[in-house]
Design a protein around this ligand. Structure first.
Ligand SMILES: Nc1ncnc2c1ncn2[C@@H]1O[C@H](COP(=O)(O)OP(=O)(O)OP(=O)(O)O)[C@@H](O)[C@H]1O
Length: 279
């Protein structure tokens, strides 16, 4: 459903006019319903790759190559077509949920207005649907949460609201940019498990950006390892773990903390529950 070919991103320093190439001709494909993890250290170009897909690269930057979503090249598509694709087919879940939510409005407005404005739903239907989506992401006291302002909710709760908002428009492709980095470890596992479940149930494709190789391996079908603006290798989590093709990947594997020893955030959570029950 997504094909990226020879993606090159070049930025120009507005003061000196000097050009710097940030992404160096990367290619990848993503099938319908597939999750691809983009892993690598800080500054390797993971977020910039997502920005190119979303068409929100830094101003003055030049994007060359091809980014094709279900047959449409996003780099050459016209204004209205591109606006529709971004609004309907793509959904971003960013690191900081506060960025997506208006601090002076209750979070219910974000969900309800999103659905009534973008999808022409009646207010009553949008309210019902918002509560349904919140239950799907594991929030039971939906009335309280819908009435709450962002500062009244925890980071994990807010990220669930953002996930509910992201899936409310039935996008084809979820772009998750370090969606749990700002959360504590237990909340991180909960939120990733919910994101994973929602995605699988709905058959959505996802690009999951993270520097955490184990986390990516737990929820992705394939991993692309990035370094200095280049994709070094792409493979299944088993390929990357057992048959790394580059020294860099081998070192990345060796350096990773064993956060999810049983391979999935849900297993980690079950472990936490058992320990809490024992305590
Ligand atoms: N607005 C910008 N203008 C010019 N260069 C930028 C800009 N933003 C980021 N860069 C550079 O682009 C490169 C890739 O950055 P990017 O944010 O994609 O990395 P990343 O892998 O997502 O890292 P992180 O995990 O820290 O977010 C870095 O060298 C960074 O310095």
């Amino acid at each position: 459903m997504l094909t990226i070919e020879d993606l090159v991103l070049t930025v120009t320093d507005p003061d000196t006019g000097q050009e710097t190439e940030i992404l160096h001709g990367n290619s990848l494909t993503l099938g319908a319903g597939e999750a691809l993890g983009l892993v690598g250290e800080s500054g390797s170009g993971k977020s910039m790759t997502l920005k190119c897909i979303l068409g929100i690269e830094p101003s003055g930057a030049r994007v060359d190559g091809r980014i094709e979503l279900d047959g449409t090249d996003l780099l050459t598509a016209g204004g209205e077509q591109l606006r529709r694709i971004r609004a309907e087919d793509l959904a971003l879940i960013a690191q900081n949920p506060h960025g997506a939510l208006n601090p002076v409005l209750p979070v219910g407005r974000y969900l309800i207005e999103g659905m009534s404005d973008a999808r022409g739903m009646s207010r009553a239907d949008a309210e019902r649907k918002a509560a349904e989506l919140l239950r799907e992401v594991g929030i039971d006291d939906t009335d309280r949460v819908l009435r709450s302002y962002p500062h009244q909710l925890s980071g994990g709760m807010l990220q669930r609201v953002v996930i509910a908002g992201a899936i409310s428009g039935n996008p084809k492709l979820l772009l998750a940019d370090e969606p749990t980095t700002a959360l504590d470890v237990t909340t991180q596992a909960e939120v990733v498990a919910i994101l994973d479940e929602m995605r699988r149930e709905r058959g959505l494709s996802m690009i999951f950006v993270t520097h955490d190789l184990d986390l990516a391996a737990a929820v992705c079908d394939r991993l692309a390892v990035m370094k200095d603006g280049e994709i070094l290798e792409i493979g299944t989590p088993e390929d990357i773990r057992d048959r790394p093709q580059t020294e860099y990947t081998r070192n990345l594997m060796a350096a990773r903390p064993m956060l999810y020893p049983d391979g999935h955030p849900a297993a980690f959570l079950a472990d936490v529950d058992t320990k809490e029950a024992d305590a």
